[in-house]
Each structure stands twice: as structure tokens, then as C-alpha cells.
Design a protein around this ligand. Structure first.
Ligand SMILES: Nc1ncnc2c1ncn2[C@@H]1O[C@H](COP(=O)(O)OP(=O)(O)OP(=O)(O)O)[C@@H](O)[C@H]1O
Ligand SMILES: [Mg+2]
Length: 340
């Protein structure tokens, strides 16, 4: 199990700075998720840790050893990609054992390690099949198995589930969580999906254009986002944001507040005239377990409220919006959170 530390890590591609001074310490056994919009530098940062991409300046420390200029194979880390890149002409067993065979291990040792990985990943029934005869989820499990047999000191995952359909993604998400519980190995996992980030991570690193916007536990980021970017990136549907200077807002705000934020689940709807302001129901999205109610609130803009189960409101109805007081967020004109 490895600890990994990034010290002022930077990456330039020619004149473009893609990674802008990342400082981060990842403890042994932690499950860290890098999340952020497309192009923010998640894969680049992961590849720098793996050694697949040169670090322009700064340091990558693996287990207190400066690994910045070490080649990938010396770092003891295993990378699992979105495209599984299995050998099509080899069976599952051969795919999983290939790196050990190349490393010159005895047949019996290889068989023991492959069988153990297969049992962790429930691949036992598929060992003699070729990749083309497997489902996408099974192929991804083989790709993970191929890294497990190497007993890496950390796993680096780059969007491993993004090729799978929604149902399978949920299932594989569970399996990756179980895998971490079983192996207890350090894992760094890249995704642009905030639900994957929230459900898997011990700590989430939110990246915004090559910088860390915030690092924290999923609950930290949800409850105390330190800026507008994180506030709107974490949580679905997104946090509602409206201007503190909208005329008629009878809501006390801390000094320096430019915008307010309230999550859809922290708005209670009541009859018109009761609450902070009124809105007209525009669209109702019924999901079964809950309902999203999209409201046109005039000068405050369009807000979404979320209620458990169904709603009795209909499009065109006017209703009052009430905010759970402790749940309102305040941002200054730079987008930083203000204390509540
Ligand atoms: N070899 C390269 N040469 C030049 N620019 C590159 C290179 N590799 C990546 N980039 C740029 O670096 C930026 C970050 O890319 P990266 O692949 O790290 O983003 P990402 O956060 O993983 O995005 P996605 O969610 O789409 O995978 C992008 O603007 C990309 O165009
Ligand atoms: Mg990427």
C-alpha cells in the first residue's frame, strides 16, 4: 500500500499550462477521487502519477521516495483505463496472468494469483473464454483482475466505467467499493460523474482548469462547498443560485454576499404568499422516489425544488418557496463561500 504526495506538480504542453501547481497528500489505503468537467486535467494528473506523462515541475513522492523521474514500472502502481485493451486472442486466464508470465513467475505461482483475483472478481466461470465472448462489465473486471495479480501498491483508475450502460455502472461501482474494502489498497479514481465521486470516495479532489477547487470528504463538499464551482458541481440536481441584489428579497444575508445558493432538497413549497418568494410551476419531473419541480421565480430566475414522492402542484400553479435556514449558502463576488 502506497502513500502518494504531489508537491507543487505542474504540467505544460508546449505553451499551455494544464496542471497548475497541485499539492496533495494521499494516505496509505485511501480512496481518492479526482472529479471535474471535461478537459480540467484529471487524466493528465493521473498519468503524471503513473509516470506515463512527464511532470514539468514539482515532485511526485511515492512512499516517501521521490518518484518524479522514475519510469512507470518502477513506481509499483497499476493503471486501469476506460478501454480495457485486453488481448483478443487470449483467454481470460491468459490475459490475467500475462504480466506475471512476462515477469518470469512459475506457472504454479501465476495460477494461484490468477485464481485468487478471479475469486475476488467472481470471474471463475469465465476463465477459458475469450474477451469477445464477455459482456462489457465482465471485460472491465478482467482488466481490473489483470492489475490485481500484480499486487500494486496503488490502483489508478481513469473513468473505468464510462463505457458501460447505466445499470452496469451502478453494479460495477458497488464492486469497486467492495474491492477497496477487501484489498484496502490505495486507489485514485478519475471520473466526471459526481455521483461516482460521492459514492466511492474517502476524499474527493475537485479540479477546475488544472487547479484544486476543493479537497474534502463527500459530506464536507456537499455541506460546506468553499466556492460556487464546487457548490454547483456536487449535488444533483444542481444547487440553485440567485442574486442577493434581486429587488424585494426579504432575506437577511451576511455582509459582502453577492449570490445565494440553496439546494433543491432544502426548499419547501407552500401556498403562494408564504415563504421567501413566490414561483410559478413551470415543469414537473416525476421520478417515483422523488419529484423535481422547476419554478419560474421572476427576478430570482429559474429554481428547482425537490420533494419526496409525488407532488399535488401542477404546471401553472403559484407557490411559495421556503428555505431551510441553516442550509442557505452565501457567496461573495469572487465566488468564494462566506461563513454562515
Ligand atoms: N498530449 C497533449 N498535448 C497537448 N494538450 C494535451 C495533451 N494531453 C492533454 N492535453 C490537454 O490538456 C487538457 C486536460 O486534458 P485531460 O485529458 O487531462 O482532461 P480530463 O479532465 O481528463 O478530461 P475528460 O473528462 O474529457 O477525460 C485538455 O485541454 C487537453 O486538450
Ligand atoms: Mg480524462
Amino acid at each position: 500500500m502506497a502513500s502518494i504526495e504531489l508537491k507543487n506538480a505542474e504540467k505544460w504542453f508546449n505553451a499551455d499550462q494544464i496542471i497548475k501547481g497541485i499539492n496533495l497528500r494521499i494516505s496509505k489505503g485511501e480512496f481518492i477521487v479526482f472529479v471535474g468537467p471535461s478537459g480540467c486535467g484529471k487524466s493528465t494528473l493521473l498519468r503524471m502519477i503513473a509516470g506515463l506523462e512527464e511532470t514539468s515541475s514539482g515532485q511526485i513522492i511515492v512512499d516517501d521516495r521521490d518518484a518524479t523521474s522514475e519510469p512507470p514500472y518502477k513506481r509499483g502502481l497499476a493503471m486501469v483505463f476506460q478501454s480495457y485493451a485486453l488481448y483478443p486472442h487470449m483467454s481470460v486466464r491468459e490475459n490475467m496472468g500475462f504480466s506475471l508470465k512476462s515477469a518470469g513467475l512459475l506457472k504454479s505461482e501465476i495460477a494461484a494469483k490468477v485464481d485468487e483475483a478471479a475469486s475476488i472478481l467472481k470471474l471463475g466461470a469465465f476463465m477459458e473464454r475469450r474477451p469477445k465472448d464477455l459482456s462489457g462489465g465482465q471485460r472491465q473486471r478482467v482488466a481490473i483482475g489483470r492489475s490485481i495479480v500484480r499486487e500494486p501498491s496503488a490502483f489508478l483508475f481513469d473513468e473505468p466505467l464510462s463505457n458501460l450502460d447505466a445499470a452496469l455502472r451502478v453494479e460495477m461501482r458497488y464492486e469497486i467499493a467492495k474491492l477497496h474494502q477487501t484489498l484496502k489498497t490505495t486507489m485514485i479514481y478519475v471520473t466526471h460523474d459526481q455521483v461516482e465521486a460521492m459514492t466511492l470516495a474517502n476524499r474527493i479532489v475537485v479540479l477546475d482548469e488544472g487547479r484544486i477547487a476543493q479537497v474534502g470528504s463527500p459530506r464536507d463538499l456537499y455541506e460546506n462547498p468553499s466556492n460556487l464551482f464546487v457548490a454547483q458541481f456536487i449535488g444533483s440536481p444542481k444547487m440553485n443560485i440567485f442574486s442577493a441584489s434581486a429587488p424585494g428579497l426579504s432575506y437577511p444575508v451576511p455582509k459582502g454576499t453577492d449570490q445565494l445558493g440553496i439546494r433543491p432538497e432544502h426548499i419547501t413549497l407552500s401556498q403562494a404568499g408564504i415563504g421567501h418568494f413566490d414561483g410559478v410551476v413551470d415543469v414537473i419531473e416525476y421520478l417515483g422516489s422523488d419529484t423535481f419541480i422547476i419554478l419560474d421565480c421572476g427576478l430570482y430566475g429559474r429554481l428547482t425544488a425537490r420533494v419526496n414522492g409525488a407532488t399535488d402542484f401542477n404546471p401553472g400553479d403559484t407557490c411559495g418557496l421556503n428555505f431551510q435556514n441553516q442550509r442557505v449558502h452565501y457567496f461573495n463576488d469572487k465566488g468564494s463561500s462566506l461563513p454562515r
